[in-house]
Design a protein around this ligand. Structure first.
Ligand SMILES: [Fe+2]
Length: 453
């Protein structure tokens, strides 16, 4: 072991003992971390016998044969191998967490939709039964597409654990704080941050400040990655160092527990006699992480017009078509507007991609009213949308001085697949029936004569 490595290892152990919220910077790095000194084998993955009597085990996030740049796996050194964290499975019902394909013939998904925040519940809701699916797209069985959820969580999972074999989860808190105790370490998450939980990663979720509400993008397909910045260069937008992956932390707890697994859209439960969060040390590049959205450095127009909203992409999950994402996660945050002779809000458009938006806080520029914090909107494939009449008139007539857009943070889950409404979204969630009326006041100005109207 080199001297440098020794120092790093000691530092991590110290952080583990002193502060459970210790993180390592970077996105997609090859990390290494140990909660106990000497628990991580040096120079090899699978020694004949591991230190402390630990079991070596690989968690593969991509096929063994995936190209080197995409290949992701993590080696775990754990108290018991994962086969001891599974018993016989029993199917259970979890009726509000829906997977694609889910096309209800009685529901019209063709339309522009907007919802008020889904209210908190008096029921005891945890990360599993508190998930409310709004839309689904693609097919979970063929690993394409996504689902958009709203979570309402007021109850901690204590001896209950969960993993999704179907998907990677991108978590966007809007109210309250959650602590994700994962196999690979602990992530605290609060509004203005996002978390990424890889497919197959086991965890439990604790409420640290509730009740909690937020959004989840469930990605059935290839993992989220950094978008190509093209001519923007090596910096700005989301920077790799601002992503944080937790250091190793484990539970050595002998207590009756349950593990719930989402697999092919269905939920299964298995009973075990101990905590499965028993990874004492790990190394690899398949790991959960968090990111502070306040670190997103927006880039935009500095003279006239404005670029496509893809300029605000935080993360992109590729599909089989190059440049056409399974999902783009796009952030609209505080920024300056300086463009001259320009209609500054988002223009009117129709898009081959389907756009689900959520408001984290503040006011969104194209819709000053109605799209409130905690609210959701959906503009589906090839359905026209754009500013409401007030926003149009204001932006068309205001003096174009440099202005700072303050107190605003919204996001978009944009997918190449049409998004189908669930029964919950269409009938139980607080749908704004009059949303489509926001464009009613837009007037015909054309009368055949030239001039600005
Ligand atoms: Fe749009």
């Amino acid at each position: 072991m080199s001297e440098n490595r020794e120092i790093k290892s000691h530092t991590q152990i110290f952080k583990n003992k002193q502060n459970l919220k210790a993180y390592m910077p970077g996105f997609g790095n090859d990390f290494e971390t140990a909660a106990l000194e000497g628990a991580l084998p040096e120079g090899q993955n699978s020694p004949q016998r591991c230190n402390y009597g630990l079991y070596g085990e690989q968690l593969s996030g991509t096929a063994f044969t995936a190209p080197q740049a995409q290949n992701e796996r993590t080696w775990c050194y754990r108290i018991r191998p994962s086969v001891k964290h599974a018993n016989r499975y029993e199917k259970i019902q979890n009726p509000y967490w829906i997977s694609a394909p889910n096309i209800d013939q009685d529901i019209v998904s063709l339309g522009q939709y907007r919802w008020d925040p889904v209210p908190h519940s008096d029921l005891s809701l945890n990360w599993i039964n508190g998930m409310r699916t709004m839309t689904t797209a693609g097919d979970v069985n063929t690993q394409v597409g996504m689902a958009a959820h709203i979570y309402l969580v007021n109850t901690s999972m204590i001896d209950d654990y969960f993993y999704s074999a179907d998907s990677e989860l991108l978590v966007v808190p809007q109210e309250g704080s959650l602590r994700f105790h994962t196999e690979l370490g602990i992530i605290d998450l609060e509004p203005k941050e996002i978390g990424i939980l890889p497919r197959g990663l086991l965890y439990r979720v604790e409420v640290t400040n509730g009740p909690c509400r937020g959004f989840v993008c469930e990605n059935y397909g290839q993992k989220f990655e950094m978008p190509n910045r093209g001519p923007i260069g090596a910096n700005c937008l989301a920077n790799r160092r601002d992503f944080k992956t937790p250091v190793a932390a484990f539970e050595d707890r002998e207590t009756p527990s349950t593990v719930t697994i989402k697999w092919c859209g269905q939920f299964h439960k298995t009973k075990i006699e101990h905590s499965p969060l028993d990874v004492v040390a790990w190394h690899g590049n398949y790991a959960p992480c968090k990111y502070n959205l306040k670190n997103f450095c927006p880039v935009g127009s500095i003279l006239f017009d404005h670029p496509d909203p893809s300029i605000y992409t935080v993360l992109s999950a590729p599909s089989g078509i190059l440049g056409t994402a399974n999902i783009d996660f796009v952030l609209f945050r505080e920024r300056w507007q300086v463009a001259e002779n320009t209609f500054r809000p988002p223009w009117y458009h129709k898009n081959v991609m389907s756009e689900l938006m959520g408001n984290i806080y503040g006011q969104y520029e194209a819709k000053p009213e109605g799209f409130v914090p905690g609210g959701t909107s959906l503009h589906n494939m090839m359905l026209p949308h754009g500013p409401d009449n007030d926003a149009f008139e204001r932006a068309s007539n205001s003096e174009l001085k440099p202005t700072k857009m303050e107190n605003t943070m919204s996001f978009m889950f944009e997918t190449r697949f049409p998004q189908h409404l669930t029964n919950f979204a269409a009938k139980l969630a607080p749908l704004q029936d009059n949303y489509i009326d926001c464009w009613q006041d837009i007037k015909k100005k054309f009368d055949g004569t030239p001039g600005l109207k």
